[in-house]
Structure formats: structure tokens, C-alpha cells
Design a protein around this ligand. Sequence first.
Ligand code: THU
Length: 130
Amino acid sequence: MLLDAARTAAAHAYAPYSGFQVGAALRTTTGEVFTGCNVENASFGETICAERNAVTTMVAAGHREIDTIAVTGSTDPCWPCGACRQVLAEFGCRRVVVAGPDGAVEVDFADLLPHSFALKTAKTPPDGRG
Ligand code: THU
């Protein structure tokens, strides 16, 4: 289950400044799972959220289409921040799962970020680059 994978990733979070650990696990449209945790920095603005770390790991492995992402934090529900929502939109995320008081809560991504910004829809240009 994706939330279990997110919990495992959260346990690895590097969050010495906020003390708030976050884990994310995403499943691609072809079934691969990638995880991420938040990684903080003494220069606070360089902190990277769990969701974006999962996305960059996915892209580095050659995948670009997200079906579902699950997120859990030191306190739940832990909804993806606005910056992460924009990054998730780039890769077509369809569903978001968080841990609610009575179990998993699943919502349509479009409900979290309607009218998201986009320059183009194609993620692979005709020449195969980028
Ligand atoms: N954080 C995430 O990892 N994902 C979010 O969507 C919101 C916030 C992290 C960043 C920081 O390390 C900690 O949670 C407190 O803001």
C-alpha cells in the first residue's frame, strides 16, 4: 500500500530544524513506485519537500506520468504544499492519498489544484530531448 511506503520514507526524513517528518510514495501510470522524504538544510530555503524528492527520483529513473501519490507526516492529514502541487501537476498526477483519522482519504488531484499553470502538455518533445 502506498501509505505504508510513505511511512517508511518519512522515518528517513532529515528534519532537524522543524522536527516535522514527511514521507511520500507515488505510483506511476505503469505501476512503478518511488518514494521521497523531506530533506532540510541550515539555509532553510534549500529544504526539499518529500513529494518533490519522490518526483525527482521518478524522473531520474525514466518515468514521467504519476497516477497516485500518498503523503504522511508527523501529524496527519499532511496535504502536499502548493509548490509540490504545481510540480505534481507537471507530471499528470491523478489522485492524492493522505492519512485521515479513520483511514486513508483519497481525492482527485484536480480538486487540490484546479486551473494549474502549464506551458505545454507534451512531456517528450518530438526530437526526444528534454
Ligand atoms: N514539507 C514536506 O515535505 N511536504 C509538504 O508538502 C509540506 C512541508 C516539509 C518541509 C519541511 O521540512 C517540513 O515539512 C516543515 O515545513
